[in-house]
Design a protein around this ligand. Structure first.
Ligand code: SF4
Ligand code: SF4
Length: 184
């Protein structure tokens, strides 16, 4: 054993050096601990938090109840019950939409699958609760979260108005029946 190694072994110099680093960080280094929940984290771009529903600029909901998100979800945590929009005939909506956040893995597949961009990953991550049933969200709860995190909304496509105008016109003049079509 050479002299340097021997002196290190006798005087515990490595331990003293390590303690020196500890003391330096204890008294002189800037703390890096985040004081959550008093200080909120700055989330990275593209952070995938709780899934929310979005609306168009006229506050109509975007979802058309197609269930593609339900099919794409690997955790089977989405349930969609589709139906006709009572305010806009021939347009379909999700009459009921249930998301079980306790099963969600925040993969974002549902957002990717949606053909009308009705879903988005919000930056919401504070969902801790003593009652896990409160984490089963319905469409209204998801829309409310969407309103909070995505206040800038996409303009509603014009074709929806055109379709409604055509429907109202046909209501006025009468829909063609199979008999009328045969005569024509
Ligand atoms: S983020 Fe993934 S796991 Fe969660 S609801 Fe969407 S598809 Fe399902
Ligand atoms: S959220 Fe999108 S994919 Fe899911 S039912 Fe509605 S329109 Fe279809």
């Amino acid at each position: 054993m050479n002299l340097v190694k021997w002196s290190k072994w006798v005087f515990f110099s490595e331990i003293v050096k390590g303690l020196g680093v500890t003391v330096k960080h204890l008294f002189f280094a800037k703390p890096v601990t985040e004081q959550y929940p008093h200080q909120k984290r700055t989330l990275p771009e593209g952070y995938r938090g709780v899934i929310v529903h979005l609306r168009y600029d006229d506050l109509t909901e975007k979802c058309v109840g197609c269930s593609l998100c339900e099919a794409a979800c690997p955790s089977h945590c989405i349930t969609v019950v589709s139906g006709e929009d009572p305010h806009m005939p021939q347009r379909r909506i999700a009459k009921e939409y249930i998301l079980d956040v306790t099963k969600c893995v925040f993969c974002g597949f549902c957002v990717q699958a949606c053909p009308v961009d009705a879903l988005a990953s919000s930056p919401e991550y504070e969902m801790a609760t003593g009652n896990k049933r409160s984490l089963i969200m319905d469409k209204e709860a998801m829309l409310a979260l969407g309103d909070r995190y995505f206040p800038v909304r996409q303009k509603r496509p014009k074709y929806l108005d055109e379709r409604l105008a055509l429907f109202k016109k046909m209501q006025r003049i009468g829909f063609p029946t199979a008999k009328q079509e045969q005569q024509a």
